[in-house]
Structure formats: structure tokens, C-alpha cells
Design a protein around this ligand. Structure first.
Ligand SMILES: [Zn+2]
Ligand SMILES: [Zn+2]
Length: 423
């Protein structure tokens, strides 16, 4: 970022001010894993500004605008001072294999929850431009995996953020270093998100942090995933739950410790792109979503969404909306009801296909169904340089995976076979 842009960021920061209202913030300065010196640079968040009113004021309401899917249009006009009054808008952007959601509050504030992988940066920027967002009031990077913050790096290089919620987990990647450096350059206030905090987004909207807790989880299958920020966006009586790539351990903790009803949400962003380790029936019963959103790429290398998660979601009986099938998925809320723009949920035909337990073919997706690795492909672990069959139970974390067209190709690259799945 050049000097001029940096000055611009600083000017914006001082003109916008810090509007965070934090209840029970609990920022312990002891998070050993936290790489974010910046978190303390701007001092403690503002004191509690009072809980958001539970019912939004009956302000003027403008229509939802925006065309039906699969138009890549972002969630309507507005941000900054021009949000659609009375309407909260949440758009799960089609960022390919990753997560990225743009929230526009009725008060004209913007919140970007993740930004997809690196390649999705231009897509997210386009959505911001169309929505007229020239600065992001809030950014929530759920966790430092590339499919969540890679695109944020492209975004932050052009659009400054004022306040950033971060789990404070350091996975030591170049992507995360760049992310932290960009946050610093644009003068963003970085806040360590911890369970129990509430952030007032204005106009009756608030963000309740459900995870991670202090101390962060260690020794899990993926500590980066399992320390994801889990947060519930509340507007009036409507709620949307963001879950990052949370897996089993934090999910179990949440179920054990969350106050009754505190996980309930009209819209659930299904954890970990519909991975088998991201979703189970007890959690879905606690959330009781009206809509479940899965963010993943068509024909992705991980087989997302996994059939176990789909089965649990189907048992819950709510429509399952997938970015790989629908493109952007957009909701509006007037504070009493959530409405899906474009209106159509999973088709009965598709549901029937899924009831057979097989990933369904997506028209136009070529010879492969979504999530089905092509015959012969193997998945390598960049760290250990071991390759696995796609159905191996010991596949590496997504950010360490590399897909080879064949075992021979993997061997040529110096990878050796995982004995368990390559007998
Ligand atoms: Zn992910
Ligand atoms: Zn992840």
C-alpha cells in the first residue's frame, strides 16, 4: 500500500471513529497464540453502548432491489450512508471453494465475513463496488485459512477496513502475514473476538460472538479451523449464524455451554463448507435453521459437501442452498422475517437425488458431479509429502492439500504413498 493510500486510511479511521460497543469483552492480553499486536494499538473498545433494541424501528423500507439469481449482483445498493433503510441484507457470495459473505445493515454499515480464496478477491471487490462500499466498517476473518482470508488480502489492498474481528490464532502462513500487514497498513482496529462479546452494528443490528473461547483450542485435527470465530448476527427477531470452519470440538463445546436458544438462527452458514466434521444433528436441532447455506465450489477437491452433513441437513428439513449451484445467495430481513431473494430453494428433484445418498450431478458441470474427485486422482499433503486416496480418513487440512491427476504424478513429484489408503 502506498503512502497516499495509507494517509487516506488514517483519515477515514479518524473521521469514522471507533464505534465498537463491546459487552463483556474479556480481552485478556495473554492469548499466547495471538499475533496481533495491533489489537492493543488503538486501546480498548468503546464501552458497552447498550444492547440493540430487539425490534427495529419502523423506519422507511425500500424494496430489495437486485435481480434474481444467478445474477452475480451483490446485496442491493448501499453501504456507507446509503443502505436500504429498514432492511438487513446478507449475501453469501459465490467465491468458489471458500467463504465470503457481505452484510449491509439497515443503518448503512458494512460487514464482510471472510473474503474467499485469493482468486476470489476481484469477485468480492466487484460486489463491494456494486454495493457502493468504499470502506468496510467491519471485517470478520473467521480464521486464517487461505480460503477465507486469501480474498480478504485483495480486498484490503483496495478497500480499507475500520474494525476487524480476528480469532487471534496464528498459523504462520504467508497469507496470514500479508493479511495482518494489510490490516496494519490501513489502520484497522483489530479486535480479538471471544465468546460472550457483543458488537453493536447500529440500527438494531448486533453481532454476538459464540466462539472461540479463551484459551484457544489446541491439539485438534485443525486448530485453525477449530478456533474459527462463530458469530450470530441479530436484527430484530431474525438471526444468521456464521460458523467458519468449526469442526466437532468447538461444536460440542457450544452445545454444552451455550445458553438455551442462543444458537437459534433463521439462516445457518453451514460449517466447513459442508464437511462431515462440520455438522451434526444435535447442533442442527439447537440452531433450527430456516435455511442452511453451504459455500463451496462446484467439483471441489474435497468432496464438499459431504454426504453425512447433507443427510443431517436433510433430516432437519430446511432448504439447503449451495453457492456452487446457485451462485450468490442473498437474504433480506425486515427484523421480523428473513426472505430469500430469488426465492427458490433446493428442488424436489435434487432433494430426491440426494436422498439416494449420492452427490447429484449439476447441469452444466461437465462429466463430474460436484465434490467427486476424478478417477485416479490422489490428494497430497504439502507438509508431509505423502499422498492419499480421496476417501482416506486422514486427508490433510485444506490449506495443505495438493491434487494430483494420478499416483504416478504424485510419485514423480517426490510424494510417497500413505500406506493405509494405498495398500
Ligand atoms: Zn474453509
Ligand atoms: Zn479452514
Amino acid at each position: 500500500m502506498n503512502q497516499t493510500r495509507w494517509r487516506h486510511c488514517v483519515r477515514l479511521l479518524s473521521s469514522v471513529g471507533i464505534a465498537a460497543a463491546v459487552a463483556a469483552c474479556g480481552r485478556s492480553g495473554t492469548g499466547a497464540a495471538n499475533p496481533l499486536g495491533a489489537a492493543d494499538r488503538t486501546g480498548a473498545p468503546a464501552p458497552e453502548a447498550g444492547s440493540a433494541s430487539s425490534v427495529p424501528s419502523a423506519g422507511s423500507r425500500s424494496g430489495p432491489g437486485g435481480g434474481p439469481r444467478p445474477s452475480p449482483a451483490p446485496p442491493g445498493p448501499g453501504s456507507g450512508a446509503s443502505g436500504a433503510r429498514g432492511q438487513l441484507r446478507v449475501a453469501f457470495l459465490d467465491v468458489g471453494q471458500g467463504d465470503g459473505a457481505l452484510v449491509l445493515t439497515p443503518g448503512g454499515k458494512s460487514l464482510l465475513v471472510d473474503g474467499g480464496p485469493g482468486g476470489a478477491g476481484p469477485r468480492v471487490l466487484q460486489a463491494l463496488r456494486t454495493a457502493g462500499v468504499r470502506r468496510l466498517d467491519w471485517v470478520m476473518g473467521s480464521h486464517p485459512h487461505e480460503d477465507h482470508i486469501g480474498g480478504l488480502n485483495d480486498v484490503l489492498a483496495e478497500v480499507p477496513a475500520v474494525q476487524v474481528l480476528d480469532p487471534g490464532y496464528n498459523n504462520g502462513t504467508a497469507t496470514q502475514r500479508k493479511y495482518l500487514s494489510l490490516l496494519k497498513q490501513c489502520g484497522a482496529k483489530v479486535i480479538r473476538a471471544r465468546a460472550g462479546q457483543t458488537y453493536d452494528l447500529g440500527a438494531g443490528c448486533r453481532l454476538e460472538i459464540a466462539a472461540p473461547k479463551e484459551p484457544l483450542l489446541t491439539g485438534t485435527d485443525s486448530d485453525a479451523n477449530n478456533n474459527s470465530i462463530v458469530a450470530r448476527l441479530v436484527y430484530g427477531r431474525t438471526r444468521c449464524l456464521f460458523t467458519g470452519d468449526m469442526e466437532e470440538k468447538p461444536r460440542t463445546h457450544l452445545l454444552d455451554s451455550a445458553a438455551s436458544g442462543s444458537l437459534q438462527a433463521d439462516v445457518l452458514k453451514v460449517a466447513h463448507h459442508g464437511s462431515h466434521n462440520g455438522t451434526d444433528a444435535p447442533f442442527l436441532r439447537a440452531v433450527a435453521p430456516q435455511y442452511a447455506v453451504i459455500s463451496c465450489a462446484r467439483g471441489n477437491d474435497y468432496g464438499h459437501p459431504h454426504r453425512e452433513a447433507m443427510a443431517a441437513l436433510r433430516s432437519q428439513g430446511c432448504p439447503i442452498l449451495r453457492t456452487d449451484e446457485r451462485g450468490d445467495i442473498r437474504f433480506t430481513s425486515d427484523g421480523t422475517q428473513v426472505r430469500l431473494e430469488g426465492g427458490r430453494a433446493e428442488s424436489p428433484a435434487r432433494a430426491a437425488a440426494l436422498d439416494g445418498g449420492e452427490p447429484a450431478q449439476t447441469p452444466g458441470s461437465g462429466s463430474e458431479g460436484p465434490g467427486v474427485p476424478r478417477a485416479g486422482q490422489v490428494i497430497g499433503n504439502r507438509s508431509s509429502r505423502v499422498y492419499h486416496q480421496p476417501d482416506c480418513g486422514a486427508l490433510p487440512d485444506s490449506d495443505r492439500r495438493v491434487v494430483f491427476e494420478s499416483a504416478t504424478a504424485a510419485q514423480t513429484d517426490g510424494y510417497r504413498a500413505h500406506r493405509t489408503c494405498n495398500r
